[in-house]
Write a protein that binds this ligand. Structure first.
Ligand code: ZN
Length: 216
């Protein structure tokens, strides 16, 4: 497949990109200055499918591949996806979400497992938790160790938020750094328990959910 790329000057998106880059460098403790992520705006579903190499679900509106970050053109959301039209703020969070994946991949030196940690980190660091209702109970994110899917997005960002708030960012970053070595779920569980002193099961995560002060 052949693609034709046009570069463009877009002051509004450049400023969104610059802010995200600065804030993500700060969060991840990385000083990324060369071969910076490239933001690629994709025109429609047909091009998303062609770049993916398969038919994609209508909720797929962005992804990252090493230092290339792809997002669907904001003007095409209602026509080319099942998302409502995003506000500028929501679109900025989407771009930051995808850029966050590029940062976490660098830190991990490979593919992050579990998948809920990979997505939760991107949701939390991009501020997208405001787009989801805070769950009263965690009951599905643990299904997403290897598998992906729309269902991972509702809880994962809150799990990561709680871990960062209760245990500090560094402990979460230390988990990310070894997360590409967790080929099997029991290896993840062992490391997690040693590091956070509790078993990564719903019951324990739900205790943390209910302890947390209600102020956002
Ligand atoms: Zn993501």
């Amino acid at each position: 497949m052949i693609y034709r790329i046009n570069s463009e000057i877009n002051k509004k998106l450049q400023s969104v990109y610059n802010t995200a880059l600065r804030e993500l460098n700060e969060f991840y403790g990385i000083h990324w200055v060369r071969n910076l992520p490239r933001l690629i705006i994709v025109n429609d579903r047909k091009d998303i499918d062609a770049l993916f190499g398969r038919k994609t679900e209508s909720w797929v509106i962005g992804w990252s591949e090493n230092n290339n970050v792809y997002v669907l053109d904001k003007a095409k959301f209602s026509k080319e996806s099942d998302h409502k039209q995003y506000s500028d703020e929501e679109y900025a969070m989407l771009i930051k979400h995808e850029m966050s994946h590029s940062f976490s991949s660098i830190l991990a030196g490979g593919n992050i497992k579990p998948n809920w940690l990979w997505e939760g980190l991107a949701i939390y660091t991009s501020g997208q938790n405001v787009m989801h209702t805070r769950p009263t109970e965690f009951k599905k994110f643990l299904e997403y160790f290897d598998k992906g899917g729309k269902g991972v997005y509702s809880e994962a960002g809150f799990v990561v938020q709680i871990l960062v708030e209760k245990y500090g960012k560094q402990k979460v970053l230390d988990l990310i750094k070894v997360s590409s070595t967790f080929k099997a779920e029991d290896k993840f569980r062992q490391f997690f328990k040693k590091s956070f002193s509790f078993d990564p099961i719903y019951e324990e995560f739900n205790k943390l959910l209910s302890d947390r002060p209600t102020a956002e």
